[in-house]
Design a protein around this ligand. Structure first.
Ligand SMILES: [Zn+2]
Length: 226
């Protein structure tokens, strides 16, 4: 979940003494555009918070929001806290953590910009440059003079695709502290529970979602070409 800061809230509705956000502007988790959302207040409210949904003004996708009320102190007229459900990690965050080469980041950003400016030819040119930049970052000088398809084919020899699984197996080894937590032999707090869900998100995405996503896009491209 991502916090929506008060500066991005455009209007409020009044519920008793509470001001609940009605319209806000933020990055849509579906289309990644900066869009406006009109929140429909939901009846699932309790003392901790309320759920709300809103459609993106750009791509019309429905997105969930959580409005937290539990921290509110009636006497001090606090602002409610609003969060948007966003399972996609922002590119900036991945960029810092995953050591993506600088020239790859630049050319990928240019490809995204070309697409946003609705320039399909520039998008094609830059897509090829992103492919080349990815290959260069793994293959180095060996990439030179080779066809792009040959480079992609040899990628698995230069890149350890099983590393996340090795890391996971080490984490849950029978003698590990984490294994004790899973067996309820060791205490855990809310932060550790959040990290567990984050781990599940990563593993499910890596094993199921990403491979299917690439296959699906491949099929859509083939269909469009035939
Ligand atoms: Zn959208």
């Amino acid at each position: 979940m991502r916090r929506i800061w008060p500066g991005s809230i455009l209007s409020y509705s009044q519920y008793g003494h509470l001001k609940i956000p009605k319209e806000l502007k933020c990055k849509c988790p579906h289309c990644s555009k900066n869009a406006q959302f009109n929140l429909k207040a939901d009846s699932h409210a309790n003392r901790i918070g309320m759920f709300s949904k809103g459609n993106c003004s750009e791509c019309k996708s429905l997105t969930s929001f959580v409005i937290m009320l539990s921290h509110l102190n009636e006497a001090t007229n606090d602002e409610v806290k609003v969060y948007i459900y966003d399972h996609k990690m922002p590119f900036e965050q991945v960029e810092n953590e995953a050591k993506i080469p600088g020239d790859l980041v630049r050319v990928y950003r240019s490809a995204l910009n070309a697409h946003q400016l609705q320039d399909p030819f520039a998008t094609a040119v830059l897509t090829k440059r992103v492919f080349e930049s990815v290959m260069k970052s793994f293959l180095g000088e060996k990439a030179k003079g080779q066809a792009l398809s040959t480079q992609v084919e040899s990628l698995s020899k230069h890149l350890d695709l099983t590393k996340p699984l090795v890391t996971l197996s080490q984490l849950i080894r029978p003698d590990s502290h984490f294994h004790q937590i899973l067996e309820l032999d060791r205490d855990l707090d809310e932060d550790m529970a959040t990290l567990m869900i984050e781990l599940l998100d990563g593993i499910i995405e890596y094993l199921y979602i990403l491979p299917s996503k690439i296959e699906l896009t491949h099929d859509k491209i083939q269909q469009k070409l035939s």
